[in-house]
Design a protein around this ligand. Structure first.
Ligand code: PLP
Length: 461
């Protein structure tokens, strides 16, 4: 049986049409389009059929039931779009079907791993020896980092976690901020450190960990692992890394930073002051599928303690000499893996240093613009807009909920709710490379029009 090139060509044409139309279509799919997904179901077919028929159906029915987050007007969660360089590279890397587990399985993946490792360390201002591992997202990047931290901290106390597990081990003292991302606790739970068995440090009104509230932990009671945050998921605020790092290093501990989107502030020289002290972190986690605008799923673990990843994730005996080249399967939780570095390479090479800085700066400027317009229009902006996040309230929580529902029904833009200080707020995240100041103006227009319609008395003359 030959390769069905027509099915692939059809998919490529449909993909191009989708991308070309993403700017114009409603951001959320219609209820009819979602109901139409039933056509993809039914019983498992009894036998084969042409691949092109399957692709046709998928493109038609599935494409309509997508959320157009790859366009310029999606402001929900913290969700990047896909840069053309990333999508093109994704087409190629899918066609190549490379397994990035070992260099012998994919020389191109191995080469681009090393190139992106150097480029990421450079653009983020980390040490030239920084180790990089690609995983599925920031949740797994956090998990990989805290697993490496756990093992290194306990190895220094004579305990081999990989051999003996955590039963009977000295207790690791885990410290997180009160506004840590919910998935950080999931990552801690996953590696056996516990979601609730943490010391929670109070945060300030922007969600920044308060260094004056760091507890007086004694390292004699167990090694200290502190997880700080670059980019609070509602406000975009950064923890004060300088004082946190001093507190950690006084205790001989490990400083990890969750920077799922905020870490990219490091790429913009104008925003470096927000992240002062971050360069001392032992490990950092970020996403490329958010602000770097590659396709899902791409998270990155960055370690400034060489060897820590392989001590945890090596699938060989520890007494063997290290391999000559980087072997992804011995540095990540996965064995077989997609070559995520191909898209990261494509975006970094296409944008260059100044292009990535512009990507960050433009999104921040759009967020500032939206905040200013909404404030002028009578809405309450709840955060200091220093990054790409805007938190807004229209009167109280219930009124804000109605506004969010109206904006979502309107369909021209999309943003969602969050709970801020116990009450609903509207959260606007600018994370798409495509969002330009005109789109930001448009978003403000839509939100203000929905708010005005809400305030207008119904019925009457
Ligand atoms: C999005 C996010 C995460 C989780 O990232 P995933 O890629 O969804 O796994 C973790 N921390 C922060 C601060 C985030 O914004």
């Amino acid at each position: 049986m030959g390769t069905d090139l027509e099915a692939i060509a059809l998919a490529a044409r449909q993909a191009l049409a989708y991308v070309a139309g993403a700017d114009e279509r409603a951001v959320a799919p219609s209820p009819e389009a979602v109901a139409g997904l039933g056509r993809l179901g039914g019983p498992l077919p009894d036998g084969p059929r042409p691949a092109s028929e399957t692709i046709e159906l998928l493109a038609e029915v599935g494409g309509r039931a997508t959320v157009a987050s790859t366009g310029p007007r999606y402001f929900g969660f913290v969700t990047g779009a896909t840069h053309p360089a990333a999508l093109g590279a994704a087409f190629l890397s899918s066609a190549w079907d490379q397994n990035a587990a070992l260099p012998v399985m994919s020389p191109v993946a191995a080469a681009l791993h090393e190139v992106t490792r150097r480029w990421l360390a450079d653009i983020l201002g980390l040490g030239p020896g920084t180790e990089v591992a690609y995983v599925t997202g920031a949740t797994m990047a956090n998990a990989a980092c805290v697993a490496a931290a756990r093992d290194a901290l306990l190895a220094a106390r004579g305990w081999d976690v990989q051999r003996d597990g955590l039963f009977g081990a000295p207790p690791v003292q885990v410290v997180i901020g009160d506004a840590a991302h919910v998935t950080l606790r999931k990552s801690l739970g996953l590696v056996g450190l516990g979601r609730e068995r943490v010391v929670v440090v109070p945060a300030d009104d922007q969600g920044r960990l308060r260094p004056d509230a760091l507890p007086d932990l004694d390292p004699a009671d167990g090694p200290v692992l502190c997880c700080a945050q670059a980019g609070e998921v509602n406000t975009g605020a950064f923890d004060p890394f300088g004082p946190i790092h001093r507190w950690v290093s006084d205790r001989g501990g490990w400083l990890h930073v969750d920077g799922a989107f905020g870490l990219w502030a490091l790429a913009d020289p104008a925003r470096r002051h927000l992240v002062a002290g971050l360069e001392h972190a032992d490990s950092l986690a970020t996403d490329a599928h958010k602000w770097l605008n590659v396709t899902y799923d791409c998270g990155i673990a960055l370690l400034q303690r060489p060897g820590a990843l392989s001590d945890t994730f090596s699938a060989r005996a520890g007494y063997l000499p290290p391999a000559g080249a980087f072997e992804a399967m011995h540095h990540t939780p996965q064995s077989s893996q997609r070559a995520r570095q191909i898209e990261v390479w494509a975006v970094l090479r296409t944008l260059g240093r100044s292009g990535v800085a512009d990507l960050v700066r433009n999104a921040c400027e759009c967020a500032i613009l939206i905040a200013a317009r909404l404030r002028t229009g009578g809405l309450e902006v709840l955060n200091d807009v220093e990054l790409n996040q805007v938190l807004v309230r229209h009167g109280d929580g219930p009124r804000t909920e109605r506004l969010i529902a109206a904006v979502q029904r309107d369909g021209r833009i999309w943003c969602g709710p969050t709970l801020w200080r116990g009450e609903t707020a509207m959260r606007i995240s600018v994370s798409s490379w495509k969002t330009m100041p005109a789109d930001a103006e448009h978003a403000a227009d839509v939100i203000l029009a929905c708010a005005a319609a809400q305030d207008r008395p119904r019925g009457g003359g």
